[in-house]
Design a protein around this ligand. Structure first.
Ligand code: ATP
Ligand code: MG
Length: 559
């Protein structure tokens, strides 16, 4: 108790409802320690919603000195694959969590089968020959009770024989099912003789062709939790109607009393979070695979440059609730900026160049500047940046007819080139179409930072690169994949694919200071004044590609 009180007191924020439950259970002695599990179905890649579930399950266990199992919920052989099994492990490791045991619901097929026979012998389960449609029809509705199956009162021995024949492969898919015998008039529809087993002649990614009957979710999940002695089985809200059935199987079988608790799933604005639909985007080629940086998958956001730290910060900030919520994706982006701002290396990159000629620069002269990789550590590691008489600046940093508040470059105006001199714009060269192609400037040699001249400041500072030293890199500027904020509110009859953002990817050439391509920090870098960018694994030494992680500025501020 003492230790727990201390834990609670140390907590700077209020406990969430799951922490309250766990602390009460520990205090009352209902449980001695806690054990959680993360139960993905290996039928797709993990997404940001799963990250929330992972942070919760692993985070709670860590906080209360318990452990977390990774358990694959692999009872549907036709959709599951080892590719997904492997990616799930990689993603959890990347988030920085360690599971206690790696387990599979399919490890329990034999035990589950024995429990099914036990229910049959006790008169609590029967083999039903009705078709799927008949079963659905006879289940009734919320207002109308169901109709008993004509096979409901088969004697136990017959059920046992038929169930064994089902296992032995005597019947085709759908020919028979095993159902629990509970109550066809139960107010909870799930209690109207729920299906326990169905026949499926399919090769399973782990058990191969050993089984042709597979247990249903409700007959698997609670018992799997119980076998592993999971104390707090945490899942999303839509499972709350399943909880009584979860308890029913555990109580009826008299096995370890795991308990289920539900929290609100994570929904994000402009984001789709359903494996089925994400799979469709991949299969239809709408995105370039599961790890396309526009995907909300963990491998996608990783490729985009999001960090585990940012995701965890986000999960901590949104907390846990019992009401479904639509979170603002800008909060997630804010967390990404927070994390990257503290530790990313800075480089200057020009994406839409205008040439600047420094007319009073001695031809051929190169001056190297030592610039800190992170401004928070002015004396920390640095990169060397060459300054010459031929530079590029961003087109957006020059304006011929500039409004008063425009503090960047204009004819006759001054601006500081970051880390270096103040320059003054003397003349503008244009092509036949009137497009600015070159600015003629002069530099003020007395304005070198740390130099001998008296310090003088100007309002604007812009980034630049030396034209002859510029490294060309490919830049993939990513934006939101969808145009609709609440993807859960798409009107009836419309397809989510109608809401794809046509500008979710634009590709540009970037002219970078020469140190950029060699950056091996493994973390997204900051293109100064522009955004954070992450080196794409498609990069080769000759062709370096950067993905925009997130833009630098946004007016958004979390509450
Ligand atoms: P999807 O609907 O995307 O297919 P799922 O729920 O079928 O997801 P599972 O592999 O069954 O995917 O999920 C593993 C765990 O992650 C479950 O406990 C599930 O409740 C949780 N989870 C899935 N999606 C979310 C989400 N958006 N927010 C929080 N937890 C989630
Ligand atoms: Mg699921």
């Amino acid at each position: 108790m003492d230790g727990l009180n201390k834990l609670a007191a140390d907590n700077s924020r209020r406990l969430n409802f799951l922490e309250e439950i766990i602390e009460a259970d520990l205090a009352s002695g209902k449980v001695q320690g806690i054990k959680t599990r993360f139960p993905p179905e290996p039928n797709g890649y993990l997404h940001l919603g799963h990250a929330k579930s992972i942070c919760l399950n692993f985070g709670l266990a860590m906080k209360y000195g318990g452990t977390t199992n990774l358990r694959y919920d692999d009872t549907n052989p036709s959709k599951e694959d080892t590719e997904y099994v492997d990616s799930i492990k990689e993603d959890i490791r990347w988030l920085g969590f360690k599971w206690d045991k790696e387990l599979y619901a399919s490890d329990y097929f034999e035990q589950l089968y024995e429990w099914a026979e036990e229910l049959i012998k006790r008169g609590l389960a029967y083999v039903d020959d009705q078709t799927q449609e008949q079963i659905r029809e006879n289940r009734g509705t919320v207002e109308r009770p169901g109709v008993n199956s004509p096979w409901r009162d088969r004697p136990a021995e017959e059920n046992l024989r038929l169930f064994r024949e089902m296992r032995d492969g005597k019947y085709a898919d759908g020919e028979k099912v095993l159902r629990a015998k509970i109550d066809m008039a139960h107010p909870n529809m799930l209690f109207r003789d729920p299906l326990l087993y169905r026949i499926k002649h399919a090769t399973h990614h782990r058990t191969g062709d050993r089984w042709c009957i597979y247990p249903m979710y409700d007959f698997t999940h609670g018992q799997s939790d119980s076998i592993e002695k999971i104390t707090h089985s945490i899942c999303t809200l839509e499972f709350d109607v399943h909880r009584p059935l979860y308890d029913w199987f555990i109580e009826t079988l008299g096995i370890f009393p795991s308990h289920q608790y539900e929290f609100a799933r994570l929904n994000l604005t402009y984001t789709l979070m359903s494996k089925r639909k994400l799979l469709e985007l991949v299969e239809k080629g709408i995105v370039n695979g599961w790890d396309d940086p526009r995907m909300p998958t963990l491998c996608g956001v990783r490729r985009r440059g999001y960090t585990p730290e940012a995701l965890k910060m986000f999960c901590e900030k949104i907390g846990v609730s019992k009401r479904d919520q639509l979170m603002d994706i800008r909060l997630l982006e804010w967390c990404v900026r927070q994390d990257l701002n503290a530790r990313s290396n800075r480089y200057m990159v020009v994406q839409d160049p205008v040439r600047v000629t420094i007319d009073n620069w001695e031809p051929g002269r190169v001056e190297w500047f030592d610039c800190p990789l992170n401004p928070a550590e002015p004396d920390g590691p640095s990169r060397r940046v060459p300054f010459t008489g031929e530079l590029y600046i961003d087109r957006a940093d020059f304006m011929e007819e500039a409004p008063k508040k425009f503090f960047r470059l204009r004819p006759g105006g001054e601006v500081r080139l970051k880390y270096t001199y103040i320059i003054k714009c003397g003349g503008v060269e244009k092509d036949a179409g009137g497009k600015v192609v070159r600015l003629h400037c002069t530099y003020d040699r007395d304005t070198r930072p740390g130099g001998e001249g008296a310090w003088r400041s100007v309002k604007g500072t812009i980034h630049w690169v030396s034209a002859e030293h510029a490294a060309e890199v490919e830049i993939r500027n990513y934006d939101l994949l969808f145009t609709q904020a609440d993807m859960g509110a798409i009107p009836e009859g419309r397809d989510y694919k109608e809401f794809l953002n046509p500008d979710s990817l634009t590709v540009a050439v970037g002219y970078a200071e020469p140190a950029l391509p060699a950056d091996e920090s493994g973390v997204a870098v900051q293109f100064e004044r522009t955004g954070y960018y992450f080196k794409d694994p498609d990069s080769t030494p000759e062709h370096v590609v950067f993905n925009r992680t997130v833009t630098l500025k946004d007016s958004y501020k979390p509450e």
